[in-house]
Design a protein around this ligand. Structure first.
Ligand code: KIV
Ligand code: NA
Length: 266
């Protein structure tokens, strides 16, 4: 079959069909999620935390992101692949933003880019060059120091009105979808009803057009030492204990001489 396109996501909204997005940063998860029918894969800058082990998303670079994006694109057949623009690579001007977006499209061959915050001029410049842009409003992790940590955004009438205004403006600038992160459910519902493009919720309740989770959170790979799992996450597997058990059994078998046997020997 052919790739999911932004117009398919638009049609899904018009039909009231919900779809799922997951992060992916490597070939095997990308292939598994693609074959499982995940419509959109985000090579998130959350690779900073989930691949590189940084404490926030701020340090990750374009040079670190591009090989991950390339791996995910190369391992998939159906999913639309979105590359997440790192902190510091698009804020300064629309021209700088376009240059970074073009690198993602040319060097990693993804199908769209995502950027955080209320940046209609950047979105207009990038979409003007023929590159689909996913916007990201509400809690935006690259601004965590300004936002005062991981906190719900858009709470209260003024903040909700501002969020709705920003969502309308990023859509007017050309965004094909809007991620809403850690936004009250009633506010996400209102934004979803009032903008013409799909909303993708994370910690934004059940009424967005789509849902996204970080795959390691979804599959329970995250070690306890990474801190408490956010309340908005549902764990669909316990990969952490599966892998921990496998590694411990391997080590015990080696120690006991139970592995390798004649079966594993040339
Ligand atoms: O980088 C990321 O994982 C994200 C999603 C959670 C939306 O931006
Ligand atoms: Na991100």
């Amino acid at each position: 079959g052919s790739r999911v396109r932004t117009r398919h996501l638009q049609l899904a909204k018009e039909r009231g069909e919900k779809w799922a997005m997951l992060t992916s940063y490597d070939q095997y998860t990308a292939q598994i999620f693609d074959e499982a029918g995940i419509a959109v894969l985000l090579v998130g800058d959350s690779a900073a935390n989930n691949v590189f082990g940084y404490e926030s998303t701020l340090p990750v670079t374009v040079e670190e992101m591009l090989p991950l994006v390339r791996a995910v694109v190369g391992a998939t057949k159906r999913a639309l692949i979105v590359g997440d623009l790192p902190f510091g690579t698009y804020e300064e001007s629309p021209e700088v933003a376009l240059r970074t977006a073009v690198r993602f499209m040319k060097e990693a061959r993804c199908h769209a880019v995502k950027l955080e915050g209320f940046r209609p001029a950047q979105i207009q410049m990038i979409t003007g060059a023929g590159i689909p842009v996913m916007a990201h409003l509400g809690f935006t992790p690259q601004s965590e120091h300004q936002l005062g940590g991981y906190r719900v955004q858009g709470r209260g009438d003024d903040a909700a009105a501002t969020l709705l205004h920003q969502a309308r403006e990023v859509v007017a600038a050309g965004a094909f979808a809007v991620v809403l992160e850690m936004v009250p459910g009633d506010v996400a519902k209102q934004v979803t009803a009032e903008i013409g493009v799909p909303t993708v919720g994370i910690g934004a309740g059940p009424d967005t057009d789509a849902q996204v989770l970080v795959w390691q959170d979804m599959a329970g790979l995250r070690p306890a030492s990474a801190g408490p799992t956010p309340r908005f996450v549902k764990k669909y597997a316990d990969l952490h204990s599966v892998l921990a058990r496998a590694a411990a059994e391997f080590a015990a078998d080696v120690h006991d001489g139970a592995f390798p046997t004649a079966d594993h020997t040339f």
